[in-house]
Design a protein around this ligand. Structure first.
Ligand code: DLL
Length: 433
């Protein structure tokens, strides 16, 4: 189902005109309301009146996480605090969080884009959503909650964690749709299997998974284990929260539509910042075209992916590929760049291995070294010889496909930490111990 057909199937020339109008207004707005942007534009000699169309966006400066940090907590807000309706913050693990604000109109938009996303994921009015994203400063819980209400669903606001309770609710309330992080979906999948919960007691049809990178390996695991169709939802607090882009359930694996009438995406070269053509991997950059409280120009997300238009799709909006990883999470092992999702893809090709793994990085002299710990599929026998063979096989695959030499240890089922409800850290960094 398409939630907003007028917008989601808008011909591209019309969409461009809408984006151009909105960009002109946005630049004038941030120039007037946010001293940081006035200074940035003045320094570069870019009067807002010189921005005539969306094609001019490449002339505008980037905004980085560091810029937001320097203006902590509220100096990047374009409205006085009396006009704020809500505050959220990004899930940074160290130092101060990045704080973002919403007016009433921004919250309405938050609901709209998440309603579009849920509908694209397969949800319909009248269905029940089991919302296992965290409620709180994290945008996941309240964002999907608003989307479900806007679409006309009922919401169970379970939040993350407390797995026993989640499993009870899934069986007793029989929701149609679940949303949570992919690593927590793996955890639930496994608990359902280990506790031999009858899949007929679950009525789940769809899973809407995001907030961290994941690949087809996890999709396969969760779809099989929970009898659902699983799609990818992407977003970040600095732009809005969840609902910046969404994969359509009928088009799984071909990328996620970015709701580009509100969030204009670009992919740029990580070193030069130059815009890259369709299909080329680079850093994803977003401009919020309509936000009131916390508008940003060309926000440098650090997420690596590619953009492309898909003329076979029901919707016209551009698609982004699954995120490979964040530029700051990229490992460089003896000169070879690597994201953990690349290892996950290789694990999927070996049926005896499960997509439960961890990458451990340490330092040997001046070089970084990598160890991969990966679990056996639960039905595989704990046998030394098999483990040895599988470890050699994955090591070779990593060498042949990624070009990286790593130690691989195949560990028993259950040996790798699982998600407790939120994002899971798959990389353990022992370099600075
Ligand atoms: O994670 C918002 C969200 C909530 C998205 C629920 C989807 C579902 P932050 O905590 O600000 O916001 O983290 C944003 O998480 O820059 C990416 O690095 C990563 N991320 C989010 N969604 C995906 C995804 C929320 N589908 C950061 N695939 C982003 C890969 C994702 N990475």
């Amino acid at each position: 189902m398409i939630f907003n057909p007028h917008i989601e199937t808008m011909p591209l020339d019309k969409l461009r005109r809408l984006q151009s109008e909105r960009l002109q207004k946005l630049v004038a707005y941030v120039y007037e309301k946010i001293p940081f942007y006035k200074q940035q534009l003045d320094q570069r000699g870019i009067p807002p009146s010189s921005i005539k169309s969306i094609a001019d966006i490449a002339r505008l400066p980037f905004t980085t996480k560091e810029d937001l940090r320097k203006h902590y907590p509220f100096q990047m807000f374009a409205v006085p605090r009396e006009q704020l309706a809500r505050i959220h913050a990004s899930s940074g693990t160290t130092g101060k969080p990045t704080v973002v604000g919403y007016t009433k109109a921004d919250l309405k938009l938050f609901g709209e884009v998440n309603a579009r996303s849920l509908a694209a994921a397969g949800a319909k009015p009248g269905m029940m959503l089991h919302n296992a994203y965290g409620y709180g400063l994290f945008t996941g819980g309240l964002g999907l909650h608003a989307g479900a209400e806007t679409l006309g669903m009922s919401v169970i606001p379970v939040s993350g964690g407390m797995t026993d309770r989640q499993l009870m609710i899934l069986q007793d309330f029989q929701p149609d749709v679940i949303c949570c992080t992919p690593s927590y979906a793996q955890r639930l999948t496994e608990e359902v299997r280990d506790r031999q919960i009858d899949l007929d007691r679950l009525r789940l049809k769809y899973a809407v998974l995001g907030a961290e990178p994941w690949t087809e390996a996890i999709r396969e695991d969760v779809q099989k284990g929970l009898h659902v169709q699983a799609t990818n939802i992407y977003g970040l607090s600095e732009i809005m929260g969840p609902g910046v882009s969404q994969e359509a359930v009928e088009e799984r694996g071909s990328g996620s539509h970015v709701w580009e009438d509100h969030f204009y995406p670009e992919v740029v070269d990580p070193h030069t910042g130059d815009p890259l053509p369709e299909g080329k991997d680079g850093v994803l950059v977003f401009t919020t075209l309509t936000k009131e409280a916390f508008p940003v120009l060309r926000y440098w997300t650090n997420d690596i992916c590619a953009l492309h238009y898909d003329s076979d799709s029901q919707r016209t909006h551009i698609k982004m590929s699954a995120i490979k990883g964040r530029a700051d999470d990229m490992l460089i092992i003896r000169g070879v760049n690597l994201f953990h999702t690349q290892v996950e893809e290789l694990i999927q090709q070996i049926p005896e291995l499960a997509p439960h793994y961890q990458l451990i990085v340490s330092r040997e002299g001046t070089m970084d070294a990598l160890e991969v710990k990966v679990e056996l599929e639960p039905e595989q026998k704990e046998e030394g010889q098999l483990k040895e063979q599988l470890s050699r096989f994955l090591r070779k695959k990593m060498k042949d496909n990624i070009g990286v030499s790593a130690e691989v240890e195949v560990v028993p089922h259950g040996a790798i930490p699982r998600s407790e409800g939120g994002k899971l850290k798959r990389i353990v960094d022992r370099r600075n111990l």
